[in-house]
Design a protein around this ligand. Structure first.
Ligand code: ZN
Length: 89
């Protein structure tokens, strides 16, 4: 959640920088680096936001459920070791 917000902030700041400096110097002779940097920042922000959104969505928090007690685990291995430790199977 925080990662997505951070990415969105980067994206907005990057777009604002790119638009501001891109519009004030359309020829791009003296300040070509600044709008380019803003676009780069926006791209990084979009990537960070997308990464944060997908990792949050695909995090397998409750995919493997213990049949005996109902506890949830992120992997089959974790469920197996839990079953072994707690239920002796
Ligand atoms: Zn259990």
């Amino acid at each position: 959640m925080q990662m997505v917000a951070f990415g969105v902030v980067l994206l907005v700041v990057g777009v604002v920088v790119a638009v501001l400096f891109g519009l004030t110097d359309i020829t791009g002779r003296t300040h070509a680096i600044i709008p380019a940097g803003g676009i780069g920042l926006a791209v990084i922000g979009a990537l960070v936001a997308a990464l944060g959104a997908t990792s949050k969505k695909s995090s397998p928090t409750a995919q493997f459920k213990c049949q005996a007690c109902g506890a949830s685990f992120g992997s089959q291995e974790a469920l197996n070791s839990h079953s072994k430790d707690k239920h002796g199977k």
